[in-house]
Design a protein around this ligand. Structure first.
Ligand code: MOS
Length: 739
């Protein structure tokens, strides 16, 4: 593959399966004798269980068991819920399900009812009666901000370069606070697990997980099993967005229940439980203080963020990360604090940390540009970081300037007036806003196996799970690029613990990490094939060198004399091989540390605001991604459209509302928690710089799942300011805030 070649725009390899019902999701696997689990949850936010009446439920038709903290079998290897990212906070306790009477958050599972049908389990669950001894709870971050603690870990430590307070004496100064509400992932597919113990020490699991091998490890550790005896399968997932990045306590509890009952048990959590027991984007408040000189050069930035976590576990994300390196500013400091609340623990949600941070930073950049009377793009260009000012090393690649230009041209930025409220269409005010985004890019470790058959077909294997972006399509595209085998003849097998080791899908790393493993493995196969083809009897290539061979259209051809050719499968036949395979473990090298590796994005939004009703419509959107070489253009574009759609939700509609009197959510359903629907989403233009990163991996591909979302909400907020002159710093931008 040459760097200037584009990948073919192939269709989703699993598209047909997904739209015809051929794709099987975890809850659809049928195991004879499956029983159904329904969770009973706490209605209070803090305290303990005083009494629980389970007799009626136990006696209800079809009920096999009701498990509570009194009778759930002990889980032998359980110290901390596996897969959790963090240590216990000082003074905190780690949440383990049904192990004691304590109530740590509203919506905490307190009983599991298992019956022979789902309906019987649902009915019996209504018969469980609980009384509590309540304790005062704290769920309001705004009230408890002062209790913020600096989380452990280098990444979370206070950061400082130069003398950040210099901003205070700059000619132009901004100090502003921004809030991001609780957001929940809400993929279409509900969370859950289907567990079948096939022997005393062997278990088969179908689960909603972003990493089958992560779930395998967690279960093996909790039940003290050999990892190879824990088989986890998740080939298809109906959206993840981060909620499947760890193994949740209820999953472990279901494994325990199934073991005790010696029956397969299936749990599918309800939609309202999706809001409370599988994580969320944490409520976060931020303050940005910024100073610039009259020429529009940044003098100092101080970025302080405070986010919620659970009382029993630390959750952290890189909320202030981008501020350290995205602009060339000599004086910068960041602080990040977390406040333990009586809430379920948050988890990463698409664009974790940076999406929250970018809303504040990129809104502030827009505010400063307005104060300086500068075009927001011009202001960013005057502070453009050519090299990484945080780590003092070069970026592996950065084409943000080109991205600004391409996006500006596409949205028609020249129509924008710098003074707000200047554009109108009837009663609608029109505004334009933009924002930058960035997310870490890197190449981790993964394995892959490729198997070539005599008929010229190729099978690629990796344990990776596809949470939706089209991983299989990207992998097929990479293999096609290396081996020249037609895409229709390549099959990608994935999502199963018996396959070669792969990381959990998350953090925009899979194309880079697993893609590189696939690339390297295909390259090794190609080397073997070339050697065999040259050496075999009657070879049309005898005397040629491997580099003289071209792999194209399922054939090996001689460069310069394309009539000399062999189908790849014929090489196997000539050498009496049924198959030829290669398996490799592969990872990045020292370049991963020599360079700062980031993907970048630029988002543009055109909004129409009705000053009478306060309604904001995003009427046009353009997103430009600098994510290196695009290996699968169609799925990449879809991923970008999905990210922008999430960004519209973040900007305008998404907010999980707590009633702090009870410490409970009031809109834990999809009627009241608004995710954007088709009518909310305009045509979205996606543009890719599509220039290979020279260092990150052999494809030159950086990640792009997160940058599709990161920054978009700020672009909308900035557009609303441009339309109305109103600066809205608290998301979402609902009509009541606009009028
Ligand atoms: Mo994502 S938050 O990396 O699933």
């Amino acid at each position: 593959m040459k760097n200037d070649e584009k990948s073919p725009a192939i269709n989703r390899v699993d598209g047909r399966l997904k739209v015809t019902g051929g794709a099987k999701y975890f809850a659809e696997f049928e195991i004879p004798g499956t029983t159904y689990c329904v969770l009973v949850t706490s209605t209070i936010a803090r305290g303990s269980i005083a009494s629980m009446e389970t007799k009626k439920a136990e006696g209800a038709p079809g009920v096999l068991a009701v498990f509570t903290n009194l009778n759930l079998p002990k889980i032998p290897g359980l110290n901390t819920p596996e897969g959790n990212n963090a240590k216990k906070p000082s003074g905190g306790e780690t949440y383990r399900m049904l192990t004691d009477k304590k109530i740590l958050f509203a919506g905490q599972p307190i009983a599991m009812v298992i019956a022979d049908t789902l309906e019987r389990a649902q009915y019996a669950a209504t018969l469980v009666k609980t009384t509590y001894s309540k304790q005062p709870h704290q769920t309001d971050l705004e009230k408890h901000k002062a209790k913020g603690v600096m989380p452990q870990g280098e990444r979370n430590a206070d950061y400082k370069r130069g003398n950040p307070d210099t901003y205070k004496t700059a000619p132009v100064v901004l100090e502003a606070s921004y809030t991001l509400p609780i957001e929940v992932h809400n993929p279409m597919e509900l969370h859950g697990i289907l567990v079948n113990w096939t022997a005393d020490d062997q278990v088969m699991i179908y689960a909603k997980t972003q990493g089958v091998q992560m779930t395998q490890k967690a279960v093996a550790k909790a039940f003290k099993l050999d990892e190879k005896n824990v088989h986890v399968h998740t080939e298809f997932m109906g959206g993840g967005f981060g909620m499947g990045l760890k193994t949740w306590p209820q999953e472990i509890a279901v494994v325990a229940a199934a073991k005790k009952l010696r029956k397969p048990v299936k749990l599918v959590v309800s939609r309202d439980q999706m809001f409370t027991m599988v994580g969320h984007r944490p409520y976060t408040t931020q303050t940005i203080s910024m100073g610039a000189d009259k020429a529009g050069k940044l003098v100092g930035i101080v970025h302080e963020a405070t986010a919620e976590t659970a009382s029993y576990e630390d959750f952290t994300e890189s909320t202030v990360g981008m501020t350290k390196f995205i602009y060339n500013c000599p004086n910068v400091s960041t602080t990040y604090r977390i406040v333990p609340l009586d809430r379920g623990v948050p988890i990463w949600m698409r664009g974790p940390g940076e999406a929250t941070g970018a809303f504040a930073l990129e809104s502030a950049m827009d505010e400063m540009a307005a104060k300086l009377n500068l075009d927001p793009i011009e202001f960013r260009l005057r502070n453009y970081a050519e090299t990484d000012p945080e780590k003092n090393r070069p970026f592996s690649s950065k084409h943000l300037k080109e991205a600004y230009q391409l996006g500006a041209d596409k949205i028609g930025w020249s129509k924008r007036k710098n003074e707000p409220g200047a554009l109108r269409d009837g009663e609608w005010l029109i505004g334009y806003g933009m924002s930058s985004g960035t997310f870490n890019a890197s190449r981790g470790q993964a394995s892959a196996k490729v198997i070539l058959n005599q008929d010229g077909s190729l099978v690629i294997q990796s344990a990776v799970t596809d949470i939706g972006p089209g991983t299989g399509t990207a992998m097929v595209s990479i293999a096609h690029d290396v081996l020249g085998i037609p895409v229709g003849r390549i099959k990608f097998e994935m999502g199963d613990t018996t396959l070669p080791k792969a990381p959990t899908q998350g953090g925009s790393t899979i194309t880079s990490t697993v893609g590189s493993a696939v690339y390297d493995t295909c390259a090794a196969l190609k080397t073997s094939l070339a050697a065999l083809a040259i050496a075999q009897g009657n070879s049309p290539f005898s005397g040629s060198k491997a580099e003289d061979l071209v792999f194209e259209d399922g054939m090996i051809q001689l460069k310069g004399d394309r009539k000399k050719k062999l189908p790849v499968g014929d090489v196997l036949k000539a050498n009496n091989l049924l198959t030829l395979d290669r398996a490799l473990d592969s990872k990045g090298g020292p370049e991963q540390e020599t360079y700062s590796m980031y993907s970048f994005s630029v988002h543009f939004a055109e909004v129409r605001v009705n000053p009478i009703t306060g309604v904001v419509r995003v009427s046009n959107a353009v997103s430009v991604a600098d994510s290196g070489r695009i290996v699968s253009p169609k799925t990449a574009a879809s991923q970008m459209i999905g990210g922008v759609t999430g960004g519209i939700g973040m900007a305008l509609t998404e907010e999980a509302v707590l009633d702090h009197r009870f410490g409970r959510l009031v809109n834990n359903n999809l009627a009241d928690y608004h995710v954007p629907v088709s009518a909310d989403v305009p045509h979205i233009d996606t543009i890719f710089i599509d220039k290979p990163d020279p260092y990150i991996n052999p494809m030159g591909a950086k990640g792009m799942g997160e940058i599709a979302l990161i920054g978009f909400a700020a672009a909308v907020a900035n557009a609303v300011y441009n339309a109305t002159g109103q600066r809205i710093r608290d998301l979402p931008i609902t009509p009541d805030k606009v009028i």
